[in-house]
Design a protein around this ligand. Sequence first.
Ligand code: ATP
Ligand code: MG
Length: 578
Amino acid sequence: MRLSKLFFETLRDFPSDAEVISHKLLVRAGYIRKLTNGIYNYLPLMWRVLKKVENIVREEMDKAGAQEILMPFLQPKELWEQSGRWEVYGKELMRLKDRHNKEMCLGPTHEEIVTAIAREGIRSYKQLPVNLYQIQSKFRDEIRPRFGLLRGREFIMKDAYSFDRDEEGMQKSYKIMADAYTKFFKRCGLETKPVQSDSGAIGGNLSHEYMVITQTDSGEDDVFYCDGCDYAANSNHAVSVLNEAKTTGDWTKAEKVSTPHAKTIAELADLLKIEPSLICKCLVYIADKDPVLVLIRGDKTVEETKLMNALNAKEIRTASDAEIEELMANHGFNAVPGFIGPKGFDDVRIIADNTVKDLKNFVVAINENDVHAVGVNFGTDVKMPEHFADLRIAEAGEKCPQCGQPLKVTRGIEVGNIFQLGTKYSKAMNATYTDENGNEVPFVMGCYGIGISRTAAAAVERHHDEYGIKWPMAIAPYHVIVIPVNVQDELQMKVAEDIYNKLQAEGIEVLIDDREDRAGVKFKDADLIGIPLRITAGKTVNEGLVEYKVRETGEVVKVSPEEAVKMAVETVKAALSV
Ligand code: ATP
Ligand code: MG
């Protein structure tokens, strides 16, 4: 491809709305242009990258025995009603009506559609297992689309769905997909860590996210991991063994103490000169419209996904001060929110984190301003909560639940997610096969997603420097860029064209920068767009030499044009061999 003809434009500056490097670089280097919030045009360079990512996925899925299909983007409400998700899927589901007033949605994921396909198309145990996948645009009306392709509203996903006879079969399918995922990401130049995670709106029992580890904000998830063993989990799922803490107070009886202005745990602990771990914190959440009191040890923090799951709620949020005051007023209390406690809320749902179980002679608020009770015990002074669960965020330095070593935390970008769905969809949608004995048995399912566009952006997050992108060879839009420094110079042009033609003849994907621009501009653009190899034909062509440069390492050598072609062909082929 001739750069003079390529539809692309590099910008002098980063876009003002971009916060993370992949967004900045992909816009500035001419790969993407924003259409509207969270929705992007993929320009020629980007589309080449995305097609490469897609093709690697396709190869790995085909090798793993999955079969490619394409399901519609627009989906009828009825199937979502059958699965029960029309009600539970929140505002991310883009709902619309057709001209006959029929309700539809834009596919955020395809469990319903594929389960309906299996319900019709798989009759006997003899047809199983089956794994179907597609590569397609998805739409989710994300509350906060940001970071360019990392979190769009429209994005490209590969989604696969496995159907098995039983749990054992599903486990096998899951393992095959897990292995294919590791290989796929590696081929894209990304080291990933599979981590246990919450299953979210997709559901099922067990799921693993594939995380690209980043220490920057572009990694939106906190990942806990252990160096002593293979334990790794998203913070929404991570569990840890608590470190020692003081959980029994020295008070000998329950009594009221004056705690003026001590509305926060830190203020209270300071005032009473105690460890925060002796305080029973009481928080108010609104879960699907109803208030819930949440108790947790004063030094710990609530993990909201865990809380939502424990409450079996569709949506939760912290209550506003006004809502807390109203709740207290309805129960005859006249205190400010910082002094709410569990006593006297017998008709309100109360849930407690497991850390609260160990508290003895502890401190708790009692719905009176500037007062707390100390030396309190469950059973005698406050009713023991009926519902305990793990509701807390694990902390770095707490012990690994598998081996006891201290846990570490890092940030990660979720590029893929695999789920053991079990019979969640097949039972709800009555999707069954006939077994050897003539019984109708629901399929045991798994589902497996990869964000194609997010993977490409994550590759930029991992591979760049201050000058631009450094694409891994397998997903680079072109392998080599040939630069004649001065297009008016006949010999430079001839050598460059010759290298360009020879590389193309070898099946290498080449750009030639035949623009009339200054050398500096060309070099800058080549670095910015991130082509892995650069061959420059400048003044030294008179001595029979060109410059061969590796973008990743910055290594430069002067060699003959023939040698440069040979080196490039070998490097590209070695990098692409699987
Ligand atoms: P997240 O937690 O980041 O919102 P998710 O867990 O809801 O993602 P899944 O339903 O697991 O996403 O979708 C499978 C894959 O699709 C994800 O692992 C991710 O790579 C990609 N993906 C999901 N949402 C987006 C998005 N808004 N923009 C780009 N890619 C996305
Ligand atoms: Mg996910």
